[in-house]
Design a protein around this ligand. Structure first.
Ligand code: ZN
Ligand code: ZN
Length: 571
């Protein structure tokens, strides 16, 4: 029996200072902690309750050697209350009776700890060593006798955003530091803390990452990984969805909302999940000299646009406050970037939350406030459909000016993944079977049971009066209803997360509501680079983070390599 086992540790050692190259196995001991009663069968006697007869029978078979150990242990008087009748291993969760524990011989191979059902992802203490003169203090590496290329071991680094999911991050953290090695679980603070965590595990092969957070957190960490690793060289990333949208998590099969049961299932599946490539996109901003908006057609409309108090993406009263949101948190995205109405709602919500956090204390309250802001914006823009993004920006896709396609659009979205705005599919609903690491699948004809976009774009409100707008909206709704029933064959490019193409979709205020019940938006282009030139100031929404861009800004979106993510086939 090793010295370390002459007492009952209440905390597991999370690292080792011993040299491990000769015999890594000798550290695979159970680490027992007292529990009042057993919740499952004892690993020794295979029974849950311990009868008096059984106790006597087992103790009568204890060898003299073991009897000596028992004597030592009784002398040491391990401190556990008389009410504690059992013990649990803090690594593998095996349980055993107090009486049976006295006959456990840790040097017997049958009694080695196998680290339980999370054995593939647990960072074993003997892999972690303290390193002097290092800012991170620790370094992880496999022992010499483990060949990582032939191993099913996929040590996991877990990053948790404490604030995501209605402050559930702390509950997850407390749970995971019990199930795994506490030194492999990190609360997210800043870029430096992420880099330090990656430094500790840089020598450990086959590592994987689990991100517990919303789309904003995922975007941030993927961006940090891209700074540290070259394209497709990062530890692949799985997701525990804790935000409101969770679009990337939906696409990769990790679910659309958080619950503890799903998280535990994720821990079991993440070792077998398949790494796939995900495109990343670079966003560069540049100031422009003044450019003129595209003139509205028709003299009446031209005059009215100057006279009337049309709806605005950036309201004058909000403008001073929005100056705080000029700098985007990152300049690369993986999910989407949107301009216009969608971003205006998100930025307004975000600004209100920053100014008075006491009103945003629960997910339900937040949702109601968000819906209320959306309703105000949507109502204004639904009444003024003719006021569209053409007056605000030019859009150039692969060198071709597509600004005229923004007619009637209140939002333009550049989509990298098929899911947007909490699980809607503005480009195509039939993406699921397309996702693959291989790029062999050719463009294919897809069947849509959705809006015929050509018919939709032909409808134009004839005038600006409320009644006529209202009747025009009813016409649109009727058209949508009738076209929904018809199946339209449409030749489009397959949407995939690894094809180095980005999909550009336009949505008006009505379509923004309809995409939630299965409709799609207006497909503008599928291209490799996009340039937008802002004629007026504009709110922008990028991977969950809203920000504000002043007028006369150009935005260039180009491909920026790929990052490895994990897709879950065991949904
Ligand atoms: Zn154990
Ligand atoms: Zn037992």
């Amino acid at each position: 029996m090793s010295d370390t086992h002459n007492y009952l540790p209440f905390c597991r050692p999370s690292f080792s200072d011993n040299i491990i190259s000769d015999d890594h196995g000798k550290y695979d001991h159970h680490y027992w902690s007292p529990i009042p009663s057993l919740t499952k069968s004892c690993m020794m006697c295979k029974r849950k309750s311990l009868s008096r007869r059984l106790t006597i029978r087992r103790e009568s078979h204890i060898s003299e050697d073991n009897a000596a150990h028992i004597q030592i242990r009784q002398d040491l008087k391990p401190k556990f209350a008389k009410s504690c009748r059992g013990l649990i291993c803090l690594w593998c969760s095996e349980e055993c009776h107090r009486q049976c524990w006295q006959s456990v011989n840790d040097n017997n191979d049958d009694n080695k700890c196998d680290y339980g059902k999370y054995k593939n992802i647990i960072v074993r203490p003997q892999w972690l060593h303290r390193v002097a003169n290092s800012p991170v203090g620790f370094q992880a590496r496999f022992p010499d006798n483990i060949d990582p290329s032939n191993s099913s071991l996929t040590p996991l680094i877990v990053f948790i955003n404490k604030l995501s999911g209605g402050q559930k991050g702390e509950i997850i953290y407390n749970k995971l530091i019990r199930l795994l090695n506490p030194r492999q679980v990190f609360l997210l603070e800043n870029d430096a803390s992420v880099m330090q965590a990656l430094d500790i595990y840089s020598s450990l092969r086959n590592t994987r990452i689990l991100l517990c957070g919303g789309d904003g957190t995922v975007g941030w960490i993927l961006s940090t990984l891209a700074k540290r690793f070259s394209s497709l060289d990062n530890p692949p990333v799985g997701i525990c969805p804790m935000g409101t949208g969770n679009d990337l998590s939906r696409v990769l099969g990790w679910g659309w909302s958080y619950n503890m049961k799903r998280l535990l299932t994720t821990l079991l599946h993440i070792s077998n999940a398949k790494p796939i490539a995900l495109d990343r996109w670079q966003v560069d901003f540049e100031p422009l000299t003044r450019i003129d908006p595209i003139e509205e057609t028709g003299s009446i409309r031209r005059c009215l646009s100057h006279i009337l108090d049309h709806p605005k993406f950036v309201r004058e009263i909000d403008r001073p406050s929005y100056q705080n949101y000029q700098k985007p948190l990152n300049v690369r995205f993986t999910n989407y970037i949107s301009f216009g109405l969608d971003a205006a709602v998100v930025l307004d919500f975000h600004d209100k939350r920053m100014r008075d956090p006491s009103k945003f204390t629960s997910p339900m309250k937040n949702k109601l406030i968000y819906l209320n802001i959306s309703r105000q914006y949507f109502r204004e823009f639904a009444l003024w459909r003719a006021w569209n993004l053409r007056s605000y920006m030019r859009i150039i896709c692969d060198g071709e000016d597509m600004t005229n396609s923004l007619r009637h659009c209140h939002t333009v979205v550049l989509l990298n993944i098929p899911s947007y705005g909490s699980g809607t599919h503005p480009w195509s609903r039939t993406y699921q079977n397309s996702i693959s690491l291989s790029n062999n699948i050719p463009n294919q004809t897809e069947k849509f049971n959705q809006i015929n976009s050509n018919r939709f774009q032909d409808i134009d409100p004839p005038d600006y009066s409320y009644d006529q707008c209202k009747s025009a909206r009813e016409d649109i709704s009727n058209t949508v209803e009738s076209s929904r029933a018809s199946v339209t064959n449409d030749q489009i490019g397959r949407q995939s997360i690894d094809d180095r193409k980005i999909e550009v979709v336009g949505l008006d205020s009505i379509q923004m509501a309809l995409i939630h019940i299965g409709f799609r938006g207006r497909r503008i282009a599928q291209c490799s680079q996009v340039r937008l030139e802002l004629i007026r100031s504009m709110p922008v929404h990028m991977d969950g983070d809203p920000f504000y861009l002043p007028q006369f800004t150009a935005i260039n979106v180009t491909h920026a390599g790929q990052v490895l993510v994990l897709t879950n086939d065991n949904k």
